[in-house]
Design a protein around this ligand. Structure first.
Ligand SMILES: [Zn+2]
Length: 430
């Protein structure tokens, strides 16, 4: 069985993780053509989409060619399933070959075959789960895919899975203690709730419990929470980015914890949400996903609504895929300045590096047909060299957000409004 081979491997879950750039290019060329052809031939919704766009499947030979097709969003799938129940014309296989159907909010019905989901385990493998681990899985086991898929992935790594599900904080504390659980799978906030509950019951979590690693998805792992879990509780933390509609985890952290490696089971594009055109590495845009690992579901170019960018660095872990630079916000939480998205979260990471700045706000105006961006920063005190500080902030902002601020105004503490708005867009587009 393949499982035994995987357990023998120490570093990587499969050979895709270490493909050379040329191998990966060839792999994706082959997959993109196969995926589009399969969807066109078997899923009426995909056929209609290509026909409406005036594109034949033979025209889609590279990832770049996907730009010829429109982006499909959650709301589109809900509408299509409503008017053409139950699968909206996305199903590529006979209905009696469906092994399971997940239900996501909407509702969206997601048919799945069990074959070909084993790759999902590579994010757990990268987090260090192995045979001998006892892992509590706190994702829900009904309707949505998270519980069952994580359960199977834990098993695929050889570890023991304990299906505790969501919400039973006190009983989960007892189960973890009694079974000497070494791993946790769920959201970061639920793990924090478990620790708090254990402490309220009089336990010393670090001493009395055995949890040494945790795998998170479904929620951002805040740097402060990561620091608390790792430093105060000795728990090695990992996160993955998962989207349910195209069926699973799309990117995952290795032990370098600096960006999330892209899974080769998906084509991930970063696009301008206004026109679906692909952006360059480093530019922030919408994460658009096309699954290329199964032939069940003919979903092409699913628009997640999440904003991120791609990092193409050599990772010391040896995995060769590019990385997703976290999720930096949702469409609507970002503002486009001279063609680049400026996302509140990214700007926050700039100012986190300047102790002198206690609060900040970005204002975008349109002056003489040009976007003008002003940063207003509240200073902790008035004694620093403001010209030098403005230069440093400007340079840091440019390196992280890829746009240079036009103006940086410093004001004294307490001047900015307490309305929680970090980005103000004053442009009028009449
Ligand atoms: Zn890595």
């Amino acid at each position: 069985m393949a499982l035994d081979n995987q357990i023998k491997k120490d570093e990587y879950f499969d050979e895709l993780e270490t493909m050379s750039a040329n191998e990966r290019d060839a792999y994706f060329k082959n997959r993109v053509a196969k995926t589009v052809t399969n969807a066109y031939n078997n899923a009426p919704a995909a056929k209609r989409m290509l026909d409406n766009a005036g594109v034949s499947p033979s025209q889609i030979k590279t990832i770049k060619d996907l730009e010829l097709l429109p982006v499909t969003r959650k709301a589109d799938i809900i509408e299509m399933q409503k008017s053409n129940p139950p699968y909206g014309g996305f199903l590529c296989i006979p209905e009696d070959d469906i092994e399971r159907v997940f239900v996501s909010p909407g509702p969206i019905y997601e048919p799945m075959q069990h074959t070909g989901i084993k790759w999902f385990a590579k994010s757990f493998w990268a987090a260090g789960f192995r045979k001998g681990d006892v892992v509590v899985n706190t994702f829900t086991y009904h309707m949505s895919p998270a519980g069952i898929l994580c359960h199977e992935a834990i098993r695929d790594c050889g570890a023991t899975a304990v299906p505790v599900g969501t919400g039973h904080t006190e009983v989960t504390v007892k189960v973890m203690l009694d079974l000497r659980a070494t791993g946790y799978v769920g959201t970061p906030s639920f793990l924090m709730a478990i620790i708090k509950q254990a402490e309220e019951l009089g336990y010393d979590f670090k001493k009395d419990f055995y949890v040494k690693r945790a795998w998170f998805t479904g929620e951002m792992l805040a740097p402060s929470v990561r620091k608390t879990l790792e430093e105060d509780y000795n728990i090695d933390t990992y996160q993955a980015y998962a989207v349910t509609e195209p069926g699973g985890a799309i990117a995952y952290e290795c032990n370098c914890k600096d960006g999330l490696h892209l899974m080769d089971e998906y084509i991930v594009e970063i696009v301008n949400p206004a026109n679906g055109k692909q952006l360059s590495d480093g530019e922030v845009g919408e994460v658009v996903v096309t699954p290329v690992h199964n032939s069940t579901w003919g979903l092409l170019r699913f628009g997640t609504g999440d904003l991120s960018s791609i990092v193409d660095d050599v990772c010391p872990c040896g995995r060769t895929s590019k990385k997703l630079n976290g999720i930096q916000g949702r469409i609507g939480e970002a503002v486009k300045v001279r063609g680049m998205f400026v996302v509140s979260k990214q700007a926050e990471s700039v100012f986190a590096q300047f102790e002198e700045v206690v609060k900040w706000q970005i204002t975008v105006n349109r002056i003489d047909q040009r976007d003008e961006m002003t940063i207003t920063a509240e200073l902790i005190n008035d004694v620093c060299d403001k010209i030098e500080l403005a230069d440093e902030i400007g340079a840091k902002f440019k390196s992280i957000c890829l746009v240079t601020p036009d103006k940086i105004d410093f004001v004294s503490s307490g001047t900015l409004p307490q309305d929680g708005k970090s980005i103000i867009d004053n442009r009028k587009w009449e």
